[in-house]
Ligand binder design. Structure first.
Ligand code: HEM
Length: 174
């Protein structure tokens, strides 16, 4: 995947500074970043409170009910993301290899009136930083770290923090 991102980045930017105006020309890299956020959402639960009685499917939720929306459950729904436990940028690509339109079950930034106010800037910054890192370095997972459970002991009900992994960072140019 890294090699494919690098190839795409090289074909559009070479080693020059990336521009957001060209982001649409890097659908695979963009899909890869969406998949990172799907696979390991920063927050796993979003709290809400009903400000009036409401019906949710077969359930009547009285005013004041606290509801926890599970981002994890949405991101691992096989009807939206086939083979959800597999890390696949293709989850966000159309058959033509373009970035798929916004997916119903993708909730890394929440939804509705309290949706993350920083979504746009977070996506832009993540894109630019990742492109610059991949242009400059190759990241190699250390063999002694392979097969280790990636879940951190620091994870809790709200936030799932990945365990630190050992990675070798190799400059692409001497
Ligand atoms: C990858 C980075 C980020 C992720 C995954 C993320 C995720 C989220 C999520 C899940 C929520 C709750 C949304 C909901 O209740 O429906 C939220 C709220 C919020 N986020 Fe972010 N966020 C990110 C970066 C940022 C940045 C960079 C900023 C500011 C520049 C920001 C500002 C906010 C604010 C102000 C809210 C509260 C919105 C409200 O309650 O009305 N976030 N974010």
């Amino acid at each position: 995947m890294q090699a494919r991102c690098y190839e795409e980045i090289q074909s559009v930017f070479g080693d020059s500074t990336p521009r957001l105006s060209e982001r649409h020309l890097l659908p695979y890299t963009d899909a890869f970043l969406h998949e990172v956020m799907r696979f390991w959402a920063l927050l796993s639960l979003i709290p809400r409170e009903c400000y009036e009685d409401c019906q949710l499917g077969n359930y009547l939720l009285p005013k004041g009910t606290q509801v926890m929306l599970s981002i994890y459950r949405c991101h691992y729904d096989p009807t939206v993301f086939p083979e959800p436990t597999q890390f696949k940028p293709e989850h966000f690509l159309t058959d033509e290899g373009q970035l798929a339109p916004h997916k119903r079950g993708f909730l890394s930034f929440g939804a509705g009136t309290r949706v993350c106010l920083g979504e746009s800037i977070a996506k832009k910054v993540t894109f630019l930083i990742t492109v610059m890192l991949v242009q400059a370095f190759e990241f190699v997972h250390c063999p002694e770290d392979k097969g280790v459970d990636p879940f951190s002991e620091n994870s809790n009900l709200i936030a799932a923090l990945p365990r630190r992994s050992k990675v070798r960072v190799l400059p692409r140019k001497a």
